[in-house]
Design a protein around this ligand. Structure first.
Ligand code: NUP
Length: 211
C-alpha cells in the first residue's frame, strides 16, 4: 500500500487549479515543479495547499548551502510541505535543505536514482547507494527512487531503512503501481492523471491500485 502523489506539470495556473480541484479527493499530495511554477508563479503553491492537499516542491535543489537555504526558505514560506533536493552538490548542501525543511516543520527528499532511461547511466555503479547514505547522514526524511527499476528501489530500501521512498515513473514512463507499491511510501503519477480525458476518474483508479 502506498500513497498517491500527483505530479502537476501543467504550465497554466487555471489548468493546474482545475485539475487539482478535480483530483484532490483522491490524492495524498500534489508535487509541483519548474513547469508549473515558471508558468504560474510560486504563489500557485499556496493556492493548491488551500484545497487541503499537501504540496511537494520538486525543484531538485542543487547549489551551495547558502543558496539552498534561500531557495528552501522560499518554498516553505509559499506553503509547501516538502522539498526535493539533489545530493551531488555534497553533504553540506543537503544538510542546508534538511535544516530549512525541519525549521519550517516540513520534509526533505533526496533524488537518489532517476526514473528515465538515462538515469541508469548516471546513478548505477554505486552512486545511488552513496546518495542514499548521504540522505541518511543528512537526516533527510526520504528519497526519490525509480518505479521503472523496482530492484533498484529494493536495494536502496536496504540502505535507508524506514525513511520514506517516493517513486516516479508510473504511467507515462511505463511502470505500474503494482510494481513498487509494496516497496515505497508514495507513488508519483503525472501525465497519466493530468493528461487523462477524465483526471478525476484516473486519479481514483490510481489511488485504488496503490492501496
Ligand atoms: O527520477 C525522477 N523521475 C521523475 O519522473 C525524479 C522526478 N522528480 N521525476 C518527476 O516525476 C518528473 O519531473 C515529473 O514531474 C514526475 C513524473 O511525471 P510523469 O512521467 O508521470 O508524467
Amino acid at each position: 500500500m502506498s500513497a498517491l502523489i500527483l505530479a502537476l506539470d501543467t504550465t497554466s495556473r487555471e489548468e493546474a487549479l482545475r485539475i487539482a480541484s478535480l483530483t484532490a479527493d483522491h490524492l495524498d499530495a500534489i508535487k509541483i515543479g519548474y513547469p508549473l511554477v515558471l508558468g504560474a508563479g510560486l504563489s500557485i503553491a499556496g493556492e493548491i495547499a488551500a484545497l487541503g492537499v499537501p504540496v511537494i516542491a520538486d525543484f531538485k535543489v542543487a547549489d551551495i548551502p547558502n543558496t539552498n537555504t534561500l531557495i528552501c526558505d522560499q518554498v516553505f514560506a509559499a506553503g509547501c510541505s516538502a522539498v526535493i533536493c539533489h545530493a551531488f552538490p555534497g553533504g553540506d548542501s543537503l544538510e542546508a535543505c534538511v535544516a530549512s525543511a525541519h525549521a519550517h516543520g516540513g520534509e526533505c527528499f533526496v533524488v537518489c536514482e532517476m526514473s528515465h532511461p538515462g538515469g541508469a547511466e548516471w546513478f548505477s555503479g554505486g552512486v545511488a547507494e552513496r546518495f542514499s547514505g548521504m540522505a541518511v547522514t543528512a537526516g533527510a526524511d526520504g528519497i526519490i527512487a525509480p518505479a521503472t527499476r523496482p530492484a533498484r528501489v529494493a536495494a536502496l530500501r536496504e540502505i535507508i531503512g524506514t525513511k520514506k521512498i517516493y517513486s516516479p515513473g508510473v504511467g507515462a514512463q511505463g511502470a505500474a503501481p503494482e510494481d513498487v507499491k509494496a516497496l515505497v511510501d508514495g507513488v508519483i503519477v503525472g501525465r497519466a492523471i493530468y493528461g487523462a480525458a477524465d483526471p478525476s476518474a484516473a486519479a481514483r483508479e490510481y489511488r485504488d491500485r496503490c492501496r
